[in-house]
Ligand binder design. Sequence first.
Ligand code: CTP
Length: 145
Amino acid sequence: MTNSGKKYKTGYTCGVFDLFHVGHLNLLERCKEMCEVLIVGVCDDDYVRNIKKKEPVFKEDERVRIIGALRCVDSAVLVDTETTNDKMLAIEKLHFDVLFSGDDWKGSERYKKTEEQFAKIGAAIEYLPYTTGISTTELKSKIKG
Ligand code: CTP
């Protein structure tokens, strides 16, 4: 527990955050309830194109500005594919105590590996509830009609 009563000092989460919506806000507000300083990694356009196989609606610089302007976010940083996929690289660069992730990732091979790696260096992972009924993909298809 920190002086301010939060569980962690510095927290980190990352995502694409395209067409910012209330599911994103719920996640980021929950993260900030648990840490004093919240750093958010915003995946770059190459990651969205090459890994998610989608064209971002809002470009990386705009997505970083939107996330960085939120009251619950202390710092928004652009992250490349390597840093998105390898959370050890992220922790080496950004020095956080806890990684927050949507609970849709819990149990996946990638996160099982990250849990093992983080346990060795005394870093934590907290899974937060995914907001049902909304996503960037759903918004896009609603808009298209
Ligand atoms: N997230 C969430 N609840 C939602 C949508 C997203 O908690 N309804 C969380 C994800 O778990 C992730 C972060 O927000 O930690 C960024 O998610 P992102 O993939 O950018 O958002 P989606 O709306 O899920 O985008 P897509 O439909 O393109 O997968």
